[in-house]
Design a protein around this ligand. Structure first.
Ligand code: MN
Ligand code: MN
Length: 463
Protein backbone atom coordinates (compact mmCIF):
# COMPACT_ATOMS: atom_id res chain seq x y z
CA UNK A 1 0.00 0.00 0.00
CA UNK A 2 2.71 2.46 -0.95
CA UNK A 3 1.50 6.04 -1.32
CA UNK A 4 2.42 8.24 -4.23
CA UNK A 5 4.64 11.31 -4.04
CA UNK A 6 2.35 14.33 -4.31
CA UNK A 7 4.83 16.36 -6.38
CA UNK A 8 4.26 14.00 -9.32
CA UNK A 9 0.59 14.99 -9.56
CA UNK A 10 0.73 18.79 -9.69
CA UNK A 11 -0.37 20.99 -12.58
CA UNK A 12 1.36 24.36 -13.11
CA UNK A 13 -1.60 26.10 -11.47
CA UNK A 14 -1.31 23.87 -8.41
CA UNK A 15 2.44 24.50 -8.18
CA UNK A 16 1.72 28.22 -8.20
CA UNK A 17 -0.87 27.85 -5.43
CA UNK A 18 1.58 25.71 -3.44
CA UNK A 19 4.28 28.40 -3.70
CA UNK A 20 1.87 31.15 -2.62
CA UNK A 21 0.85 29.14 0.42
CA UNK A 22 4.44 28.39 1.34
CA UNK A 23 5.36 32.09 1.19
CA UNK A 24 2.40 33.04 3.40
CA UNK A 25 3.31 30.21 5.77
CA UNK A 26 6.90 31.39 6.05
CA UNK A 27 5.72 34.90 6.85
CA UNK A 28 3.50 33.46 9.56
CA UNK A 29 6.46 31.58 11.06
CA UNK A 30 8.54 34.77 11.04
CA UNK A 31 5.79 36.78 12.73
CA UNK A 32 4.89 34.11 15.29
CA UNK A 33 7.76 32.61 17.24
CA UNK A 34 5.83 32.52 20.53
CA UNK A 35 2.24 31.57 21.31
CA UNK A 36 1.45 35.24 22.06
CA UNK A 37 2.90 36.38 18.75
CA UNK A 38 0.94 33.68 16.92
CA UNK A 39 -2.33 34.73 18.54
CA UNK A 40 -1.67 38.40 17.72
CA UNK A 41 -0.93 37.55 14.09
CA UNK A 42 -3.98 35.25 13.79
CA UNK A 43 -6.27 37.97 15.19
CA UNK A 44 -4.84 40.50 12.75
CA UNK A 45 -5.40 38.22 9.75
CA UNK A 46 -8.78 37.01 11.03
CA UNK A 47 -10.11 40.54 11.57
CA UNK A 48 -8.98 41.49 8.08
CA UNK A 49 -11.10 38.54 6.88
CA UNK A 50 -14.20 39.71 8.76
CA UNK A 51 -13.87 37.86 12.07
CA UNK A 52 -14.93 39.79 15.18
CA UNK A 53 -14.43 39.23 18.90
CA UNK A 54 -17.13 36.99 20.40
CA UNK A 55 -16.71 38.85 23.68
CA UNK A 56 -17.58 42.14 21.98
CA UNK A 57 -20.61 40.59 20.27
CA UNK A 58 -21.87 39.32 23.65
CA UNK A 59 -21.22 42.64 25.39
CA UNK A 60 -23.19 44.45 22.70
CA UNK A 61 -25.97 41.88 23.03
CA UNK A 62 -25.75 41.07 19.33
CA UNK A 63 -27.29 37.83 18.16
CA UNK A 64 -25.18 35.61 15.88
CA UNK A 65 -26.54 33.93 12.78
CA UNK A 66 -25.35 31.50 10.09
CA UNK A 67 -22.36 32.86 8.19
CA UNK A 68 -21.11 35.03 11.08
CA UNK A 69 -17.41 34.81 11.94
CA UNK A 70 -16.17 35.21 15.52
CA UNK A 71 -13.17 34.40 17.68
CA UNK A 72 -12.53 33.87 21.41
CA UNK A 73 -9.14 34.35 23.13
CA UNK A 74 -7.79 33.60 26.60
CA UNK A 75 -4.71 35.25 28.12
CA UNK A 76 -3.44 36.12 24.62
CA UNK A 77 -2.22 32.52 24.19
CA UNK A 78 -5.11 30.32 23.06
CA UNK A 79 -7.68 31.15 20.40
CA UNK A 80 -10.79 29.54 18.91
CA UNK A 81 -12.27 30.86 15.67
CA UNK A 82 -15.74 29.93 14.45
CA UNK A 83 -17.74 30.42 11.31
CA UNK A 84 -21.38 29.69 12.12
CA UNK A 85 -22.89 27.04 9.86
CA UNK A 86 -26.38 26.61 8.45
CA UNK A 87 -27.14 23.66 10.74
CA UNK A 88 -27.95 24.19 14.44
CA UNK A 89 -24.85 24.07 16.64
CA UNK A 90 -26.37 21.18 18.57
CA UNK A 91 -25.66 19.00 15.53
CA UNK A 92 -21.95 19.55 16.06
CA UNK A 93 -19.02 21.38 14.53
CA UNK A 94 -16.12 20.45 12.26
CA UNK A 95 -13.06 21.34 14.30
CA UNK A 96 -9.42 21.75 13.30
CA UNK A 97 -7.29 21.76 16.45
CA UNK A 98 -3.56 22.49 16.48
CA UNK A 99 -1.09 23.97 18.95
CA UNK A 100 0.98 27.14 18.74
CA UNK A 101 3.52 26.61 21.54
CA UNK A 102 6.88 25.13 20.56
CA UNK A 103 9.92 23.82 22.42
CA UNK A 104 12.28 26.61 23.50
CA UNK A 105 14.24 28.00 26.44
CA UNK A 106 12.32 30.17 28.93
CA UNK A 107 14.18 32.85 30.90
CA UNK A 108 14.03 32.19 34.65
CA UNK A 109 12.35 34.59 37.08
CA UNK A 110 15.68 35.62 38.66
CA UNK A 111 17.88 35.18 35.62
CA UNK A 112 20.57 37.85 35.44
CA UNK A 113 24.12 37.23 36.65
CA UNK A 114 27.71 38.05 35.86
CA UNK A 115 30.66 35.66 35.73
CA UNK A 116 34.20 36.19 34.35
CA UNK A 117 33.28 39.64 33.02
CA UNK A 118 30.31 38.29 31.05
CA UNK A 119 26.58 38.72 31.73
CA UNK A 120 24.10 35.86 31.34
CA UNK A 121 20.40 35.05 31.55
CA UNK A 122 19.62 31.74 33.20
CA UNK A 123 16.94 29.61 31.50
CA UNK A 124 14.67 26.61 32.09
CA UNK A 125 13.91 24.70 28.90
CA UNK A 126 10.29 24.19 27.79
CA UNK A 127 9.14 20.99 26.09
CA UNK A 128 11.22 18.09 24.85
CA UNK A 129 14.56 19.40 23.61
CA UNK A 130 17.88 17.75 22.85
CA UNK A 131 19.87 20.24 24.87
CA UNK A 132 23.06 19.88 22.85
CA UNK A 133 21.24 21.29 19.79
CA UNK A 134 20.70 24.70 21.37
CA UNK A 135 24.33 25.81 21.78
CA UNK A 136 26.57 27.78 19.45
CA UNK A 137 23.86 29.18 17.19
CA UNK A 138 22.20 32.62 16.85
CA UNK A 139 19.32 32.98 19.29
CA UNK A 140 16.64 35.64 19.70
CA UNK A 141 14.73 36.85 22.73
CA UNK A 142 10.94 37.17 22.37
CA UNK A 143 8.29 37.88 24.96
CA UNK A 144 6.89 40.32 27.44
CA UNK A 145 7.97 42.03 30.63
CA UNK A 146 5.00 43.11 32.72
CA UNK A 147 5.59 45.95 35.16
CA UNK A 148 3.85 46.27 38.51
CA UNK A 149 1.56 48.97 37.15
CA UNK A 150 0.33 46.49 34.50
CA UNK A 151 2.28 47.93 31.58
CA UNK A 152 3.15 45.14 29.15
CA UNK A 153 6.51 45.72 27.47
CA UNK A 154 7.05 43.73 24.27
CA UNK A 155 10.53 42.34 23.71
CA UNK A 156 11.82 41.13 20.34
CA UNK A 157 15.59 41.13 19.94
CA UNK A 158 17.59 39.17 17.39
CA UNK A 159 15.38 39.12 14.31
CA UNK A 160 16.07 42.37 12.44
CA UNK A 161 19.30 42.47 10.40
CA UNK A 162 20.70 45.24 12.56
CA UNK A 163 19.69 43.53 15.85
CA UNK A 164 22.23 41.77 18.04
CA UNK A 165 21.60 38.07 18.71
CA UNK A 166 22.14 36.16 21.96
CA UNK A 167 24.10 32.93 22.30
CA UNK A 168 24.88 29.83 24.34
CA UNK A 169 28.51 28.70 24.37
CA UNK A 170 29.90 25.20 23.89
CA UNK A 171 33.31 23.78 24.80
CA UNK A 172 36.03 23.81 22.14
CA UNK A 173 36.83 20.32 20.74
CA UNK A 174 40.45 20.68 21.83
CA UNK A 175 39.35 20.49 25.47
CA UNK A 176 36.24 18.36 25.05
CA UNK A 177 37.71 14.88 25.46
CA UNK A 178 35.76 14.23 28.66
CA UNK A 179 32.60 15.95 27.39
CA UNK A 180 32.54 13.80 24.24
CA UNK A 181 32.54 10.63 26.32
CA UNK A 182 29.33 11.67 28.07
CA UNK A 183 25.83 10.40 27.30
CA UNK A 184 24.23 12.83 24.78
CA UNK A 185 21.61 13.84 27.38
CA UNK A 186 24.44 15.08 29.61
CA UNK A 187 26.75 16.67 27.03
CA UNK A 188 25.03 19.98 27.69
CA UNK A 189 23.19 20.09 31.00
CA UNK A 190 19.93 22.00 31.48
CA UNK A 191 21.41 24.24 34.11
CA UNK A 192 24.16 25.26 31.68
CA UNK A 193 21.76 26.57 29.02
CA UNK A 194 22.55 30.15 30.00
CA UNK A 195 22.29 32.92 27.47
CA UNK A 196 25.33 35.12 26.96
CA UNK A 197 24.04 38.69 26.74
CA UNK A 198 26.97 41.00 27.40
CA UNK A 199 30.65 41.55 28.10
CA UNK A 200 31.19 45.29 28.36
CA UNK A 201 31.61 46.75 31.86
CA UNK A 202 30.09 50.07 32.79
CA UNK A 203 32.72 52.59 33.88
CA UNK A 204 32.60 55.09 36.72
CA UNK A 205 30.59 52.89 39.06
CA UNK A 206 30.67 53.31 42.85
CA UNK A 207 33.02 50.76 44.52
CA UNK A 208 30.27 48.41 45.73
CA UNK A 209 28.96 47.93 42.18
CA UNK A 210 32.33 47.60 40.43
CA UNK A 211 32.54 43.81 40.59
CA UNK A 212 29.32 43.43 38.57
CA UNK A 213 30.01 46.18 36.06
CA UNK A 214 28.95 44.11 33.02
CA UNK A 215 25.62 43.25 34.64
CA UNK A 216 25.20 46.93 35.61
CA UNK A 217 25.69 47.91 31.99
CA UNK A 218 23.01 45.42 30.87
CA UNK A 219 20.62 46.86 33.49
CA UNK A 220 21.33 50.33 32.16
CA UNK A 221 20.52 49.20 28.60
CA UNK A 222 17.28 47.52 29.77
CA UNK A 223 16.31 50.72 31.60
CA UNK A 224 16.98 52.89 28.57
CA UNK A 225 15.37 50.60 26.02
CA UNK A 226 12.37 49.22 27.94
CA UNK A 227 12.16 51.32 31.13
CA UNK A 228 12.37 48.17 33.28
CA UNK A 229 14.31 47.26 36.44
CA UNK A 230 15.95 43.96 37.39
CA UNK A 231 12.93 43.12 39.59
CA UNK A 232 10.67 43.28 36.54
CA UNK A 233 12.13 39.93 35.38
CA UNK A 234 9.97 38.47 38.15
CA UNK A 235 6.88 39.09 36.03
CA UNK A 236 8.29 38.46 32.57
CA UNK A 237 7.74 35.73 30.00
CA UNK A 238 10.81 35.77 27.82
CA UNK A 239 11.38 32.93 25.38
CA UNK A 240 14.73 32.19 23.79
CA UNK A 241 14.24 30.89 20.24
CA UNK A 242 16.46 30.41 17.18
CA UNK A 243 17.11 33.75 15.44
CA UNK A 244 16.34 34.25 11.79
CA UNK A 245 13.66 33.83 9.18
CA UNK A 246 12.13 30.64 7.84
CA UNK A 247 14.04 29.53 4.75
CA UNK A 248 13.44 27.47 1.66
CA UNK A 249 15.50 24.31 1.90
CA UNK A 250 17.11 22.19 -0.82
CA UNK A 251 18.60 23.15 -4.17
CA UNK A 252 15.15 22.45 -5.63
CA UNK A 253 13.52 24.67 -2.96
CA UNK A 254 11.05 21.87 -2.20
CA UNK A 255 11.24 22.15 1.58
CA UNK A 256 10.96 24.68 4.38
CA UNK A 257 13.47 24.90 7.21
CA UNK A 258 12.34 26.90 10.21
CA UNK A 259 11.90 27.01 13.95
CA UNK A 260 8.55 26.06 15.48
CA UNK A 261 6.98 24.10 12.63
CA UNK A 262 5.70 21.68 15.33
CA UNK A 263 2.94 22.66 15.33
CA UNK A 264 2.63 25.99 13.55
CA UNK A 265 2.60 24.14 10.24
CA UNK A 266 -0.74 22.60 11.20
CA UNK A 267 -1.90 25.75 13.00
CA UNK A 268 -1.33 27.93 9.96
CA UNK A 269 -2.79 25.52 7.39
CA UNK A 270 -5.84 24.95 9.63
CA UNK A 271 -6.35 28.69 9.96
CA UNK A 272 -5.86 29.23 6.22
CA UNK A 273 -8.45 26.50 5.52
CA UNK A 274 -10.95 28.20 7.84
CA UNK A 275 -10.42 31.58 6.16
CA UNK A 276 -11.33 29.96 2.84
CA UNK A 277 -14.72 28.71 4.08
CA UNK A 278 -17.87 30.45 2.90
CA UNK A 279 -21.27 29.60 4.38
CA UNK A 280 -20.44 26.08 5.62
CA UNK A 281 -23.20 23.58 6.37
CA UNK A 282 -21.82 22.69 9.80
CA UNK A 283 -20.13 25.30 11.97
CA UNK A 284 -16.40 25.45 11.14
CA UNK A 285 -13.93 25.88 13.96
CA UNK A 286 -10.19 26.37 14.20
CA UNK A 287 -8.80 25.91 17.71
CA UNK A 288 -5.17 26.87 18.39
CA UNK A 289 -3.97 25.84 21.82
CA UNK A 290 -1.01 26.57 24.09
CA UNK A 291 1.02 24.31 26.45
CA UNK A 292 0.73 21.16 24.30
CA UNK A 293 4.46 20.59 24.58
CA UNK A 294 4.19 20.32 28.37
CA UNK A 295 1.02 18.24 28.59
CA UNK A 296 -1.75 20.68 27.56
CA UNK A 297 -1.90 21.94 31.15
CA UNK A 298 -2.82 25.37 32.52
CA UNK A 299 -5.61 27.81 31.71
CA UNK A 300 -4.49 28.07 28.08
CA UNK A 301 -3.90 24.35 27.49
CA UNK A 302 -6.38 21.91 25.94
CA UNK A 303 -7.14 20.40 29.35
CA UNK A 304 -8.63 23.72 30.49
CA UNK A 305 -12.31 24.63 30.09
CA UNK A 306 -11.46 27.28 27.51
CA UNK A 307 -12.90 25.47 24.51
CA UNK A 308 -16.01 24.22 26.27
CA UNK A 309 -16.65 27.70 27.71
CA UNK A 310 -16.12 29.34 24.33
CA UNK A 311 -18.64 27.01 22.69
CA UNK A 312 -21.09 27.77 25.53
CA UNK A 313 -20.65 31.51 24.91
CA UNK A 314 -21.04 30.95 21.18
CA UNK A 315 -24.31 29.09 21.72
CA UNK A 316 -25.49 31.82 24.06
CA UNK A 317 -24.77 34.39 21.35
CA UNK A 318 -26.68 32.23 18.86
CA UNK A 319 -29.61 32.06 21.27
CA UNK A 320 -29.42 28.28 21.58
CA UNK A 321 -27.53 27.66 24.82
CA UNK A 322 -28.58 25.06 27.33
CA UNK A 323 -26.45 22.54 29.18
CA UNK A 324 -27.78 19.63 27.16
CA UNK A 325 -27.43 21.54 23.87
CA UNK A 326 -23.77 22.28 24.70
CA UNK A 327 -23.07 18.63 25.50
CA UNK A 328 -24.70 17.60 22.24
CA UNK A 329 -22.77 20.18 20.25
CA UNK A 330 -19.48 18.80 21.61
CA UNK A 331 -20.50 15.14 21.36
CA UNK A 332 -21.68 15.57 17.76
CA UNK A 333 -18.54 17.38 16.65
CA UNK A 334 -15.83 15.92 14.46
CA UNK A 335 -12.24 16.93 14.84
CA UNK A 336 -8.89 16.66 13.19
CA UNK A 337 -6.30 16.95 15.92
CA UNK A 338 -3.80 18.57 13.61
CA UNK A 339 -0.30 17.85 14.81
CA UNK A 340 2.95 16.94 13.15
CA UNK A 341 4.29 13.46 12.52
CA UNK A 342 7.85 12.17 12.37
CA UNK A 343 9.09 11.99 8.78
CA UNK A 344 11.04 8.88 7.85
CA UNK A 345 14.74 9.73 7.94
CA UNK A 346 17.11 7.34 6.11
CA UNK A 347 19.92 8.45 8.42
CA UNK A 348 17.94 7.01 11.34
CA UNK A 349 16.03 4.29 9.53
CA UNK A 350 16.35 2.05 12.59
CA UNK A 351 13.83 4.16 14.50
CA UNK A 352 11.04 3.57 11.96
CA UNK A 353 8.95 0.71 10.64
CA UNK A 354 8.91 1.56 6.96
CA UNK A 355 5.42 0.29 6.06
CA UNK A 356 3.90 2.47 8.76
CA UNK A 357 6.08 5.55 8.52
CA UNK A 358 5.38 8.98 7.05
CA UNK A 359 7.44 10.04 4.04
CA UNK A 360 8.35 13.55 2.90
CA UNK A 361 6.18 14.66 -0.01
CA UNK A 362 3.58 11.93 0.24
CA UNK A 363 0.91 14.18 1.69
CA UNK A 364 -0.91 14.74 4.96
CA UNK A 365 -0.35 12.03 7.58
CA UNK A 366 -3.19 10.32 9.43
CA UNK A 367 -2.26 8.78 12.79
CA UNK A 368 -5.04 6.49 13.98
CA UNK A 369 -3.26 6.42 17.31
CA UNK A 370 -0.21 7.93 19.02
CA UNK A 371 1.01 7.07 22.51
CA UNK A 372 3.86 4.87 23.71
CA UNK A 373 4.44 1.30 24.95
CA UNK A 374 1.26 -0.37 23.76
CA UNK A 375 -0.56 2.82 22.61
CA UNK A 376 -0.59 4.10 26.19
CA UNK A 377 -1.94 7.64 26.48
CA UNK A 378 -3.30 7.64 22.96
CA UNK A 379 -6.61 8.50 21.40
CA UNK A 380 -7.27 5.50 19.17
CA UNK A 381 -9.63 6.81 16.51
CA UNK A 382 -12.65 4.71 15.58
CA UNK A 383 -12.32 2.68 12.36
CA UNK A 384 -15.66 4.09 11.14
CA UNK A 385 -14.27 7.61 11.54
CA UNK A 386 -10.99 6.73 9.79
CA UNK A 387 -13.09 5.42 6.89
CA UNK A 388 -15.07 8.67 6.80
CA UNK A 389 -11.87 10.75 6.73
CA UNK A 390 -10.15 8.73 4.02
CA UNK A 391 -13.28 8.89 1.93
CA UNK A 392 -13.29 12.70 2.20
CA UNK A 393 -9.58 12.87 1.31
CA UNK A 394 -9.97 10.51 -1.66
CA UNK A 395 -13.03 12.36 -2.94
CA UNK A 396 -11.06 15.63 -2.90
CA UNK A 397 -7.88 14.13 -4.40
CA UNK A 398 -5.85 14.83 -1.28
CA UNK A 399 -2.51 13.04 -1.06
CA UNK A 400 -2.50 11.30 2.31
CA UNK A 401 -0.57 8.58 4.08
CA UNK A 402 -0.98 6.75 7.38
CA UNK A 403 1.76 6.35 9.96
CA UNK A 404 2.64 5.76 13.55
CA UNK A 405 5.37 7.51 15.48
CA UNK A 406 8.34 5.19 15.03
CA UNK A 407 8.80 1.49 15.68
CA UNK A 408 6.86 -0.27 18.41
CA UNK A 409 8.43 0.35 21.82
CA UNK A 410 11.06 2.77 20.54
CA UNK A 411 9.39 5.85 21.99
CA UNK A 412 6.18 7.73 21.37
CA UNK A 413 4.31 10.95 21.88
CA UNK A 414 0.91 12.51 22.45
CA UNK A 415 -1.27 15.33 21.16
CA UNK A 416 -4.48 17.10 22.18
CA UNK A 417 -6.64 14.39 20.56
CA UNK A 418 -7.40 12.36 23.69
CA UNK A 419 -8.61 15.47 25.54
CA UNK A 420 -11.13 16.46 22.86
CA UNK A 421 -12.24 12.82 22.73
CA UNK A 422 -13.40 13.11 26.36
CA UNK A 423 -16.52 14.88 25.02
CA UNK A 424 -17.34 11.82 22.96
CA UNK A 425 -16.59 13.54 19.68
CA UNK A 426 -14.88 11.75 16.80
CA UNK A 427 -11.25 12.81 16.63
CA UNK A 428 -8.17 11.66 14.79
CA UNK A 429 -4.60 12.93 14.56
CA UNK A 430 -3.53 14.27 11.21
CA UNK A 431 -0.74 16.57 10.17
CA UNK A 432 2.46 17.27 8.34
CA UNK A 433 5.57 15.07 8.53
CA UNK A 434 8.62 16.85 9.98
CA UNK A 435 12.35 16.04 9.85
CA UNK A 436 14.36 16.87 12.98
CA UNK A 437 11.22 17.52 15.03
CA UNK A 438 11.85 19.71 18.12
CA UNK A 439 15.27 20.77 16.81
CA UNK A 440 15.99 24.52 16.55
CA UNK A 441 15.41 24.19 12.80
CA UNK A 442 12.82 21.68 11.61
CA UNK A 443 12.20 20.67 7.99
CA UNK A 444 8.90 20.08 6.16
CA UNK A 445 7.97 19.45 2.51
CA UNK A 446 6.10 22.25 0.75
CA UNK A 447 3.94 19.58 -0.90
CA UNK A 448 2.87 18.24 2.48
CA UNK A 449 2.05 21.75 3.71
CA UNK A 450 -0.10 22.26 0.62
CA UNK A 451 -1.84 18.89 0.95
CA UNK A 452 -2.54 19.62 4.64
CA UNK A 453 -4.26 22.88 3.78
CA UNK A 454 -6.35 21.17 1.08
CA UNK A 455 -7.19 18.32 3.46
CA UNK A 456 -8.33 20.72 6.19
CA UNK A 457 -10.53 22.58 3.72
CA UNK A 458 -12.09 19.33 2.52
CA UNK A 459 -12.69 18.28 6.13
CA UNK A 460 -14.43 21.55 7.04
CA UNK A 461 -16.63 21.20 3.95
CA UNK A 462 -17.56 17.53 4.15
CA UNK A 463 -17.14 16.04 7.65
MN1 MN B 1 3.01 18.90 18.27
MN1 MN C 1 5.97 18.59 19.84
Amino acid sequence: MERRNAWLTYTEAEKKELEELSIAYRHFLDAGKTERECVARIIEEAEAAGYVSLKEKLENGEQLKAGDKVYAVEMKKIIALFQIGQEPLEKGMNILGAHIDSPRLDVKQNPLYEDADMAYLDTHYYGGVKKYQWVALPLALHGVIVKKDGTVVDVNVGEADEDPIVYITDLLPHLAGKQMEKNAAMVIEGENLDILIGSQPLSDLPDEKKKEAVKENILKILKEKYDVEEEDFLSAELEVVPAGKARECGLDRSMIAAYGQDDRVCAYTSFAALLDMEAPKRTSCCLLTDKEEIGSVGATGMQSCFFENSVAELMEACGCYSDIALRRALRNSRMLSSDVSAAFDPAFADAFEKKNAAFMGRGIVINKFTGARGKSGSNDANAEYVACIRNIFDTHNIAFQTAELGKVDIGGGGTIAFIAALYGMEVIDSGVAVLSMHAPWEVTSKADVYEAMKAYKAFLLEA
